[in-house]
Design a protein around this ligand. Structure first.
Ligand SMILES: [Mg+2]
Length: 174
């Protein structure tokens, strides 16, 4: 059970992900969280750096879908200018929103990675859907809502147990 919270890869930011290596391994789809993964939770729009990264991902041969637990207003305002499909009010870690994203891309779980900043929603949900899970450090943890703050406390408990079992190594974070 505890293993389901372990990401396949840990990086500091989305910009540290080696997209070409993922492509070479057969991945074609990126399901990404929004808040504190792509931009801070209070940031309404994409930064120029993020716009460039999304373009790079497309050029590299990836389809991208944003899957967020946030509401339609927030997610559509952010996503529409980018021309990227999205799933809002996703209720991750449920499998349904991940499967919906896969069908939007017409890809299988084995061809798709999920990027997110939360172990309880993004990583757990991605792992149980059979996706390659990538955990990033949260961009602006100070701005998080009550539910996320609760999840962060749970993360700490899970991390403590994973470390105790020797399943989590600090030096892996890049
Ligand atoms: Mg997030």
């Amino acid at each position: 059970m505890l293993e389901k919270f372990i990401p396949r890869l840990r990086v500091n930011t989305v910009y540290d992900i080696d997209l070409e290596a993922l492509y070479a391994q057969g991945y074609r789809g990126i399901i990404t969280d929004l808040d504190n993964t792509l931009v801070g939770a209070k940031e309404p729009h994409a930064t120029p750096e993020l716009v460039a990264w999304l373009e790079t991902a497309k050029q590299a041969g990836f389809q991208v879908v944003i899957v967020s637990n946030n509401d339609e207003g927030r997610v559509s305002l952010f996503t529409k200018p980018l021309g990227i499909p999205f799933v809002h009010a996703a209720r991750k870690p449920r499998r349904k929103p991940f499967r919906k994203a896969l069908s939007l891309m017409n890809l299988s779980a084995a061809q798709t990675v999920v990027i997110g900043d939360q172990m309880l929603t993004d990583v757990f949900g991605g792992n149980r859907t059979g996706l390659y899970t990538i955990l990033v450090l949260p961009i602006a943890a100070a701005d998080e809502g009550v539910m996320t703050q609760f999840n962060r406390r749970m993360e700490k408990v899970i991390l403590r147990r994973l470390r105790k079992k020797g399943l989590w190594h600090e030096e892996e974070q890049r």
